[in-house]
Unconditional design. Structure first.
Length: 137
């Protein structure tokens, strides 16, 4: 049986902010015809995750599939220098994590040392979120 690769854009070039203004971000996407025995992956751009000491969990269909890596161990000057730059990250997963059809991605904000009630989370942004998956021909 021939197997192809397909992809779907979950978020385009307009960034989504996750943090104090939106502690949980969720989006639906469709992977109709996905080949469950294959591998799938998310690829995305991220910026601003510079103050936390935790990585960000990423869930697909309520299953943890991996983490967005933080920029740890930075001085204040380094944080300020890189906070505005976009970096590409990728998370691989088993194709059976995806449904043959509707899926949900969920990403929660993370706190940071020194946070308070007025500023609980290390705000960060995502854009160009794509899911690549094997698909039956």
């Amino acid at each position: 049986m021939p197997v192809l690769c397909d992809f779907i854009q979950i978020v385009g070039d307009t960034p989504v902010t996750i943090g104090d203004s939106q502690a949980v971000w969720e989006a639906n996407f469709n992977t109709g015809g996905r080949y469950s025995s294959g591998t799938a992956f998310l690829i995305f751009n991220i910026r601003g995750l510079t103050y936390t000491n935790k990585n960000v969990n990423v869930k697909i269909n309520n299953k943890n599939i991996g983490q967005i890596a933080r920029y740890g161990g930075l001085s204040n000057e380094e944080r300020n220098n890189i906070a505005g730059f976009w970096y590409t990250q990728m998370i691989a997963m088993n194709g059976s994590t995806l449904n043959d059809g509707k899926n949900e991605i969920q990403i929660e904000a993370v706190g940071f040392p020194g946070s308070d009630n007025a500023n609980k989370f290390d705000d960060f942004q995502l854009k160009d979120v794509m899911c690549f998956f094997h698909q039956s021909a």
